[in-house]
Write a protein that binds this ligand. Structure first.
Ligand SMILES: NC(=O)C1=CN([C@@H]2O[C@H](COP(=O)(O)OP(=O)(O)OC[C@H]3O[C@@H](n4cnc5c(N)ncnc54)[C@H](O)[C@@H]3O)[C@@H](O)[C@H]2O)C=CC1
Ligand SMILES: O=C(O)CCC(=O)C(=O)O
Length: 539
């Protein structure tokens, strides 16, 4: 049974998949004081929030069971994603569920600002009839500058075009051909400042966007321009905005988001040319249901051992690519499990090379899987796909990824080499179409091994009778051999033997094997069961 804690006001119908699933127990609180949250979080596997609950490192320190933090919305700035990553907690969000709601709210703000609707409403209900005072301006023929041409910025552009506005878009990822297709003009930030009558912001709040609209940017803006922020507080410097409004440089501002929420300083909010809403961009019945359904489905998806479709702190790869990579993830982790056991200690350097078909694949998840396989031998359950790189950095182990042209005769090929004190261990694997995954090379010996849980690795001299002697000792101890692979460098020279066994052999059997003349070394290897990398990150 997975325990899910829901804080903030999340749509009931959107949580229905969790309520109705027999494996989930859901506790929900709309407003949970911090001390209460800290005292109960320890017993939950997943936490679902909107933007109100601050999910801090301290909160996570009180949450040993927590494996998923779900944000029913887009922005995750109320979640310490870095702390979650270090702890191996998956952070998910609902990236598309509230796009339409936030877009429509932006357009509502645009129109309300142009026609002074909120102030006119207030005046009229108080018995005034101030038709001259509340004369507005038209959108028709005006220039709208959109900063941030992601999901919401793009939808705003499409709708603003129907008002016959000229649209300038700025986004580091906006390409000329996409701008052309949308019927907008790709522009720089300065071009937007110079030409826009209205500017609307749709970026995340990140280092580069904090204070993006500041005193110097406002100085560059067209006199009488109006500005809308339905993205994140802090992208506009509120003091600079207030100064701009007071000087008349800025004719109006519509704000849904604030540096501090709820705001404590009302000077800006009380300015006669400012209209505000209390972070309502995503607040429609439809959007709230959609984002809650999205995160509920993803929690179930992760917990029921399917793949992670998208996580904020994992590389984003498409479902199609993830499906293609699935067999590689498993063999990659098994390859790492064999290599680290053969090295017998922690590595001081890791090298991974990919070739053949893997040259065209997104191998970011595979690399995580391999690193996880290496680290989990010493760090066990504390390592998962989320925190693998962080833990590697913490251990101070450098790693190198190579993409190599030579595929060593396989259509796809990956090799892991671990280094320590001048020694190295290398293990290579491939996925054979129709036959499955195989370990195909260990320390330059060619083999063909389908990994199993119990393995026995033997280094020996290539002399007659070796296979029979090993087989009979194991048989005498009732140990069944699944498969046996032998690889040799030269006839009569050094060789390796690797066996899959139905059960673990104990030390006396191992000692007996070591006493066989011609055997240099034996090693009992164990691969943890399952080895499905994605499953390992689930609860
Ligand atoms: N007021 C509300 O209730 C809501 C607010 N939001 C916020 O709206 C914002 C946009 O959301 P989406 O469009 O869904 O996100 P998105 O990720 O689809 O788009 C963000 C875009 O910003 C661009 N960007 C990043 N840095 C930039 C920079 N320095 N200059 C210009 N562009 C930059 C990115 O390239 C990306 O295209 C986010 O901050 C989100 O949290 C989203 C939904 C509701
Ligand atoms: O949950 C909310 O209402 C806030 C939505 C939001 O700001 C976001 O999704 O980024």
């Amino acid at each position: 049974m997975y325990k899910v804690l829901v804080t903030d006001s999340i749509s009931e119908s959107g949580l229905m998949p969790l309520y109705e699933h027999p494996n989930y127990e859901v506790d929900r609180y709309d407003q949970l004081p911090f001390d209460k949250l800290f005292s109960i979080i320890g017993s939950y596997d997943a936490l679902v929030v909107r933007s109100q609950t601050n999910v801090t490192k301290e909160l996570m320190d009180h949450a040993p069971r927590l494996r998923i933090i779900a944000r029913a919305g887009v922005g995750v700035d109320n979640i310490d994603v870095e702390a979650a990553t270090k702890k191996g907690i998956i952070v998910i969000n609902a990236p598309g569920g509230n796009t339409v709601a936030a877009t429509e709210h932006t357009l509502a703000m645009l129109l309300a600002l142009a026609r002074k609707i909120p102030h006119a409403h207030q005046s009229t209900i108080h018995g005034n009839w101030e038709r001259k005072k509340y004369q507005g301006i038209e959108l028709y023929g005006k220039t709208l500058g959109i900063i941030g041409m992601g999901k919401i910025g793009t939808e705003v552009a499409k709708r603003a075009k129907s008002f016959q506005m000229n649209i300038l878009g700025y986004d580091p990822y906006l390409k000329e051909d996409r701008a052309n297709k949308l019927g907008i003009t790709k522009a720089s930030l300065d071009e937007i400042a110079e030409h826009a009558d209205f500017i609307t912001i749709h970026t995340p709040l990140i280092k580069e966007t904090k204070g993006l609209i500041n005193k110097s940017y406002i100085q560059k803006m067209k006199k009488g321009a109006r500005i809308i922020n339905c993205a994140r507080g802090g992208i506009i410097d509120e003091n600079a905005l207030l100064a701009g409004l007071q000087s008349g440089k800025i004719a109006g501002a519509a704000l849904d988001v604030f540096e501090q929420e709820p705001p404590a300083n009302f000077t800006l909010l009380h300015h006669p040319n400012v209209i505000v809403t209390p972070h309502l961009g995503a607040s429609t019945e439809e959007a709230q249901e959609k984002v809650a359904l999205e995160v509920s489905a993803e929690i179930i998806n992760i917990c029921e051992n399917q793949t992670i479709r998208s996580a904020v702190n994992m590389p984003q790869i498409t479902g199609e690519s993830q499906a293609r990579m699935q067999p590689y993830l498993q063999i990659g982790e098994q390859m790492a499990g064999i290599a680290i056991q053969l090295l017998k200690t922690a590595p001081e350097k890791i090298q991974i090379s990919y070739s053949g078909e893997l040259l065209d694949e997104d191998t970011s998840l595979l690399t995580r899987s391999i690193i996880k396989g290496v680290l989990s031998h010493h760090l066990s359950d504390s390592v998962n796909l989320i925190n693998a790189f962080h833990l590697l950095r913490e251990q101070g182990v450098p790693y190198q990824i190579q993409k190599e042209a030579s595929n060593k005769g396989f259509s796809n090929y990956m090799e892991l080499t671990l280094y320590k004190n001048g020694e190295k261990v290398s293990v290579a694997a491939t996925v054979l179409i129709g036959l499955g995954a195989r370990i195909v090379n260990i320390n330059d010996y060619r083999i063909d091994l389908k990994p199993e849980k119990h393995l026995l690795y033997i280094k020996h001299y290539d002399i007659p009778g070796m296979i029979g002697r090993v087989g009979s000792i194991l048989g005498d101890h009732n140990v069944n051999i699944g498969t046996m692979q032998v690889g040799r460098s030269t006839v009569g020279g050094e060789a390796i033997m690797i066996l899959t066994l139905d059960k673990k052999i104990d030390d006396p059997v191992d000692l007996q094997l070591q006493s066989i003349q011609g055997i240099k070394e034996t090693q009992i290897l164990e691969l943890t069961s399952g080895y499905n990398s994605l499953q390992e990150t689930s609860l």
